[in-house]
Every structure is written in structure tokens, then in C-alpha cells.
Unconditional design. Structure first.
Length: 161
């Protein structure tokens, strides 16, 4: 007799496996990324030679500059985003993404540099305009009451002292 499990059962089994073995999976990712970085650096060094060292120093310098510039620009970006009626989360996301890219550029490695460049090439969310915000067209709405000149003369004015 063959048992056929619905797809949700497979997802539950997979989720149970991930939850039980999260520590092992996390350890494999944490140890696997540096090992992959070292392997990739060795392969790139075999192709371009000592230029890899110049690349690593240059990318670390660019990462440091990115972090310095973004740490000064984050509050200005936040203020402009709020003034434009946009969500401040988009400015925080853009600044955080740039800071993460700068940190990845500082780390020695080819893969981290590629991930950093991909992060920097993603389009910014803060450039979008909020469609729900009402644009200022120079019109002030309100109520108008027309008062005749005779009514103004009959009303007592402020006392003169």
C-alpha cells in the first residue's frame, strides 16, 4: 500500500527539519561563507595574480568611504523623506542597505564585494513619490462670507484709548 501525503505535510516535515536542525544549518552557513570566500580568492588570485591585493585594499577603502558618507547623510535623507510625505522606512532601508554594502566591501573577499555591488545597484525606494499625498496647487480652500459696507459701519469698532 502506497501512502500519498498532501503537499502541506511535506512543508510541515521540512519546517520541522529546519527547526530541529537550525543550529547545524546556521553553523554550516557561517563556516561555509568564509570557506567559499577563501576558495574564490584563491581562484581569482590564480588568474589575476597580485592585482587581487590591490583590489582588496581599494574595495576596503571604498567601503570605509561609503560608511563615513552614509553615516553623515542618513539624517538628512530621513528629513527629506518625511518632508515629502513618504514613509521614513524607505530612507532607513536605503541607508541601511548602503551601510551593509560598505561593510561587505571592507571585508576581504571577492564574493562579499560582488554582493555589495549588487546591493548598491538596487534601485532606491526613497526616490518614489507617495501617490496618496495631496500636491500643493496654490489653492486654499475655505468658507467666504460677504459683508456689506453698511454692516461694517454699524458694528462698533475697538475702543480707542
Amino acid at each position: 500500500m502506497k501512502w500519498i501525503l498532501p503537499e502541506t505535510c511535506y512543508l510541515l516535515i521540512y519546517k520541522d527539519f529546519v527547526v530541529r536542525n537550525f543550529g547545524i544549518i546556521f553553523l554550516l552557513v557561517i563556516l561555509g561563507f568564509p570557506a567559499l570566500e577563501i576558495y574564490t580568492m584563491i581562484q581569482v588570485a590564480a588568474v589575476i595574480g597580485w592585482w587581487l591585493l590591490a583590489w582588496l585594499v581599494f574595495s576596503a577603502l571604498i567601503g570605509w568611504i561609503l560608511i563615513k558618507e552614509e553615516s553623515m547623510a542618513v539624517f538628512g535623507r530621513l528629513a527629506v523623506t518625511v518632508q515629502n510625505g513618504q514613509s521614513p522606512y524607505s530612507a532607513i532601508w536605503d541607508s541601511g542597505r548602503t551601510l551593509l554594502a560598505g561593510f561587505l566591501l571592507i571585508l576581504p573577499g571577492v564574493l562579499s564585494d560582488v554582493i555589495a555591488v549588487i546591493l548598491l545597484l538596487l534601485p532606491n525606494k526613497s526616490g518614489r513619490i507617495n501617490p496618496h499625498r495631496q500636491h500643493d496647487d496654490g489653492i486654499i480652500e475655505g468658507e467666504v462670507r460677504i459683508v456689506e459696507a453698511e454692516q461694517l459701519e454699524s458694528k462698533p469698532g475697538p475702543r480707542e484709548e
